[in-house]
Design a binder for this molecule. Structure first.
Ligand code: DAH
Length: 342
């Protein structure tokens, strides 16, 4: 066969060819472009051809080389099955491949559980705004102007509106509710809160609290203690121990912080309880009469208790999570561990 006809035959062979998987591509590459391949032979024949045919033959050889290389490149791209992504997506008869199921976020799971326990004790869910004024977050809760108590909570203020801020605690909703309705009231207030804090394994600029408030005639500190003990035993198990440590909050008197005893079974227990086995889960106290009065409630007739707990802390203890940041990073490897939790 003349060299020219030979090349034309090769060209039409490549033209009709499809390579359906990577093995075929590799086979083709060796046969056509390899060191002892068809293209090498063709080049040798081309060199031996008469000079006056070189121009025309040269072009054909180039064409052949491009066609062979093009096929290898295309075959390697389309890869398995040789179908392009588009062809697969355009096939409306294809099976759907299943829809991946999500999981409840651990904070939602814990929040739901806490709300469920408090609901069974007669507390009703109420909500308030995340962007609040100074009165509801501080002044109405007995934080005096210029008093260092305000420094307990690093606040994000709204630009050019110094009176508006992101609430630093859900206690702000207590004030709204006491202004809005008359006792008796037994309410809980879940929500997001914000603090201008450096983010670390133990602190974040945004987290969640659940606030409780009970106001009626004759509410005592004993009622508060029993409510919290009951709550802890429902949540952590029937033999859970709690302890109350005297503390200070501007809006309660007396005030206390509540720790639950979790023990020191694991490394994470040690880390999050700072080696004591006790973990603080909430602040509480008897609502200061000045706070009741500021919201228009007669403090000679009514008394009440309040508490506020951190959802993240409780979730960390329950699920043995050593780093607070895990809750907010949306890492699927973390979140998928909660499949089936409700
Ligand atoms: N608001 C407090 C905080 O964010 C927690 C708290 C303490 C809430 C005592 C209360 C309470 O209702 O009585 O640190």
């Amino acid at each position: 066969m003349e060299l020219k006809e030979q090349i034309l035959a090769y060209l039409s062979e490549i033209d009709g060819k499809t390579l359906s998987n990577s093995e075929e591509v590799e086979e083709f590459r060796i046969a056509w472009l390899g060191r002892k391949g068809i293209l090498k032979d063709t080049m040798a024949a081309f060199k031996a051809a008469p000079n006056d045919q070189k121009r025309e033959l040269g072009q054909l050889v180039n064409q052949l080389k491009n066609a062979a290389e093009g096929l290898v490149a295309k075959g390697a791209q389309g890869d398995e099955g040789g179908e392009s992504t588009n062809e697969i997506l355009n096939d409306w008869t294809r099976p759907d491949g299943g829809i991946p199921l999500g999981a409840h976020h651990p904070l939602s799971v814990v929040r739901r559980e806490i709300i469920g326990i408090l609901e069974r004790m007669g507390f009703v869910v109420t909500e308030g705004p995340e962007i609040e004024d100074d009165w509801h977050v501080f002044s109405g809760l007995n934080f005096p102007e210029e008093h260092p108590a305000r420094d307990m909570q690093d606040t994000f203020f709204v630009d050019r509106k110094p009176d508006m801020l992101l609430r630093t605690h859900t206690s702000s909703v207590q004030v709204r509710e006491m202004e809005r309705r008359d006792p008796p009231m037994r309410i809980m207030m879940p929500g997001r809160v914000f603090r201008n804090e450096a983010i670390s394994a133990r602190a974040h600029c945004m987290f969640h609290q659940i606030e409780g408030l009970y106001i009626d005639e004759g509410v005592s500190f004993a009622d508060l203690k029993q409510t919290l003990l009951r709550f802890a035993q429902e949540f952590f198990g029937a033999d859970t121990k709690i302890r109350l440590r005297p503390s200070y909050f501007p809006f309660t008197e007396p005030s206390a912080e509540v720790d639950v005893y979790w023990g020191l079974k694991t490394e994470v227990d040690k880390r999050i309880t700072k080696g004591t086995g006790w973990l603080e889960i909430l602040g509480c106290g008897m609502v200061d009469p000045a706070v009741l009065e500021a919201s228009g409630i007669d403090s000679r007739k009514y008394s009440g208790f309040a508490f506020g707990m951190g959802v993240e802390r409780i979730a960390m203890l329950k699920y043995q999570i050593g780093d607070l940041r895990a809750f907010f990073e949306s890492d699927m490897r973390f979140l998928n561990q909660f499949q089936g939790e409700y």
